[in-house]
Design a protein around this ligand. Structure first.
Ligand code: FAD
Ligand code: SF4
Length: 513
C-alpha cells in the first residue's frame, strides 16, 4: 500500500488530458481510476459501435496516461466481476490504496452526478467535484443568463457566446459579415453535386479489435452492428478527422446542412460529435480550426458561422437547459403523449422510405445527421404522439454521441415539445412536403408524397394535419403557427374530415406502416 494519495476518477466521456480532475495531481501519490462497469454499459440498449468507441477510447487514453507516468487502475469489462458499478470500483480502490479523497470532474448525467454526490456519506471519504471547463459556459453562468427570462432563445445565448469567445467577431465588437446568423443561406437540396466526401476512417488497431470482440460477445443483444467501425479512438486520430472535415466538407457544410440523401449517409457533416462528447476533441479547438479556414479563404462564412453556432450555440445551450431543469425535465410530457414506440425504430422495417433510410443508417453507423434526427425520426415521433420517455430512450441508445445532457433536451425539448416550448419557440412538425423538398427519398417510396388521404398517401401528410388540429389550444396563438392554422381552416369540412380520418386510421396501425 503506498502513501495515501487521492483517487482521481476519470469517466468515459472525460478523455481529455487537461480535464480539471487532473489539475495539481501527483503522479507518484495519486491513483487514476477508469472503469468499464456493467451498470454504465447496460443501463440502456447502447449501440454496439457506441460501446466499442467508448471502451476503445478509454483503453487508449489509459495507456497514454500510463506512458506519461501516471498510476492508473483500469477496470476492464468483466461480466463475472462483483464490481458492477463505479461505486463498487471506487470502494475497492479506497481499500487498496488507503486514499481518503476522491477527485472527479462533474459528469454529464444527472443520475450519475446524484450518485457521486452521495459517495461522501456512503463511502465515508471526501469527494471533490470540479467544474468541467471544457464547456464554454458553466452551469452557474447559464443559470445567471437564464434568470428572469420567460422563454430562452438559443440565438440570444449564442450571441453572448460569440462575444465571449471572440469567434467571428470584428475588433469593434460586431459580427463578421454584418450578421449574426446566415441560416437563410443554408437550406439547399443536394442533387449529387458537388460529390460528398468520404468520411475520415481510422482502421481498428489491436486494442479496438479486441474491444469489438468483447462487445460482440458480451453485448450481442444490443442494437446495431460493429461492422465497419471507423471512428477515431485517440486525440491524434480525432484531430486528423477534424482536419479532414475542414478540408473536404466544411466548404459545403452550410449549403447542404439540411439536405438528406438516398445514397450518402454523411453528406457534408463533420461527424465530430462522438469525439467532442467523449473529450478527444476540445470544442474550442474545433471552432478555432473552422474560423481559421474562413480567414484563410478556404470556406465561406455561411458554412463557418453555421458550424460554429452548432457548437458554441446549440451544444452549450442544451447543456445549460439540462442542468437548469433536471431532474424534473426528464418527466415532462406537456402534450400528453402515451403511444409506444413502433418496433420499426429498432429494425428499420417500414415502407416509409425516409424513415427506413434514417433508421438503417443509424443501425449501421450509430450516426444519423441532424436533419434525419429532427425532421424524420423525430418529426414522426411527434406527429404520432409517442411517449417522450420511450423516444428519449431510443435516441440515448442508438447514437455514438448520445449522453443524457445533450440527448434529452434535443429530444424532449426540440423534437417532442414536451417542455411546453421552453427550448424551442415552435414545434418542428412538418408534412411530407418538407422531406420531399430536402431529399430524394420520396421518389423511391412506397407512399405518394403528393397524396394525403388515399390508401397510398404519405403518412406524414395526414398525421401533420392531425397534429395541427389536435393542438389548436396550445399553438393557435403562436405567431409562428398562425399560417398553419389559416391553411387548415381554409380547407373544406369534408377535406378536414378525410384527413383526420386517414390520420386516425394510421395511428391505429402504426406498426404496419
Ligand atoms: P455537425 O452537423 O457537423 O455539427 C457540428 C457539431 O455541432 C456537432 O458535432 C455537435 O457537437 C454540435 N451540434 C449540432 N447541433 C447540436 C444540437 N442540437 N445539440 C448539441 N450539439 C449540437 N447531439 C449529440 O451530440 N448527442 C446526442 O445525443 C444528440 N441527440 C440528438 C437528438 C435529436 C432528436 C436531435 C434533433 C439532435 C441531436 N443531437 C445530438 C444534435 C445533432 O444532431 C448532433 O450533434 C449531430 O448530428 C452530430 O453530428 P455531426 O458531428 O456530424 O454534426
Ligand atoms: Fe417519407 Fe412520405 Fe416521402 Fe415516403 S413519401 S419518403 S414517407 S416523406
Amino acid at each position: 500500500m503506498h502513501d495515501h494519495g487521492n483517487l482521481i476518477l476519470i469517466l468515459g466521456d472525460q478523455l481529455t488530458p487537461h480535464i480539471s480532475a487532473l489539475a495539481g495531481a501527483d503522479r507518484q501519490r495519486d491513483t487514476l481510476v477508469m472503469a468499464e462497469v456493467h451498470d454504465e454499459a447496460s443501463y440502456t440498449n447502447h449501440h454496439r459501435k457506441k460501446l466499442v468507441l467508448l471502451f476503445s477510447a478509454m483503453r487508449h487514453f489509459a495507456r497514454a496516461l500510463q506512458e506519461d507516468g501516471w498510476q492508473v487502475h483500469y477496470h476492464a469489462y468483466d461480466p463475472a466481476s462483483d464490481r458492477r458499478s463505479l461505486e463498487d470500483v471506487i470502494r475497492r480502490q479506497l481499500a487498496v490504496t488507503g486514499a481518503r479523497r476522491v477527485i472527479t470532474t462533474e459528469c454529464g448525467e444527472w443520475r450519475l452526478d446524484n450518485e457521486i454526490r452521495q459517495w461522501a456519506q456512503r463511502l465515508d471519504v471526501a469527494v471533490e467535484i470540479r467544474l468541467d471547463d471544457r464547456f464554454l459556459a458553466s452551469k452557474e453562468e447559464f443559470a445567471n443568463w437564464a434568470k428572469g427570462r420567460k422563454q430562452l432563445r438559443m440565438e440570444f445565448f449564442y450571441r453572448e457566446m460569440r462575444r465571449k469567445t471572440g469567434f467571428l467577431m470584428t475588433p469593434d465588437g460586431t459580427p463578421e459579415g454584418g450578421q449574426w446568423n446566415f441560416d437563410a443561406d443554408n437550406r439547399k437540396k443536394w442533387t449529387g453535386r458537388p460529390p460528398a466526401p468520404a468520411p475520415f476512417r481510422v482502421e481498428p488497431d489491436a486494442i479496438t479489435r479486441e474491444v469489438i470482440e468483447l462487445v460482440n460477445g458480451q453485448f450481442a443483444g444490443h442494437f446495431g452492428t460493429t461492422d465497419d467501425f471507423h471512428f477515431a479512438v485517440t486525440a491524434t486520430d480525432a484531430r486528423a478527422a477534424l482536419a479532414h472535415f475542414i478540408d473536404f466538407a466544411l466548404p459545403c457544410f452550410g449549403d447542404f446542412q439540411d439536405a438528406m440523401s438516398e445514397t450518402e449517409d454523411w453528406l457534408f457533416h463533420s461527424i465530430l460529435s462522438p469525439s467532442i462528447n467523449c473529450g478527444l476533441l476540445d470544442p474550442r479547438e474545433v471552432c478555432e480550426a473552422a474560423v481559421q479556414a474562413w480567414y484563410a479563404g478556404r470556406a465561406p462564412l455561411n458554412a463557418v458561422e453555421g458550424f460554429v453556432r452548432q457548437i458554441i450555440g446549440w451544444r452549450e445551450f442544451v447543456r445549460g437547459i439540462y442542468w437548469l431543469h433536471m431532474p424534473g425535465y426528464a418527466a415532462e410530457n406537456r402534450l400528453g403523449y402515451n403511444r409506444d414506440l413502433p418496433w420499426f425504430y429498432w429494425t428499420g422495417d417500414t415502407r416509409m422510405r425516409c424513415m427506413h433510410k434514417a433508421i438503417d443508417a443509424t443501425r449501421r453507423n450509430a450516426y444519423a445527421h441532424h436533419i434525419q434526427r429532427l425532421m424524420v425520426t423525430g418529426n414522426f415521433a411527434l406527429l404520432a404522439g409517442i411517449r417522450p420517455e420511450a423516444i428519449c430512450d431510443w435516441y440515448l441508445a442508438v447514437y455514438a454521441d448520445a449522453y443524457d445532457w445533450v440527448e434529452l433536451p434535443n429530444v424532449l425539448g426540440m423534437v417532442m415539445h414536451a417542455d411546453g416550448g421552453y427550448l424551442g419557440s415552435k414545434p418542428y412538425a412538418a408534412s411530407g412536403k418538407y422531406i420531399q423538398r430536402m431529399s430524394d427519398h420520396c421518389a423511391n417510396c412506397h407512399y405518394k408524397v403528393s397524396h394525403s388521404t388515399e390508401e397510398d398517401a404519405c403518412p406524414f401528410n395526414a398525421l401533420y394535419w392531425h397534429f395541427i388540429h389536435r393542438h389548436r389550444k396550445q399553438f393557435a396563438a403562436n405567431p409562428r403557427m398562425t399560417m398553419m392554422y389559416r391553411n387548415w381552416d381554409r380547407q373544406t369540412p369534408e377535406r378536414r374530415q378525410a384527413l383526420l380520418g386517414r390520420a386516425e386510421d394510421l395511428l391505429e396501425r402504426l406498426e404496419q406502416l
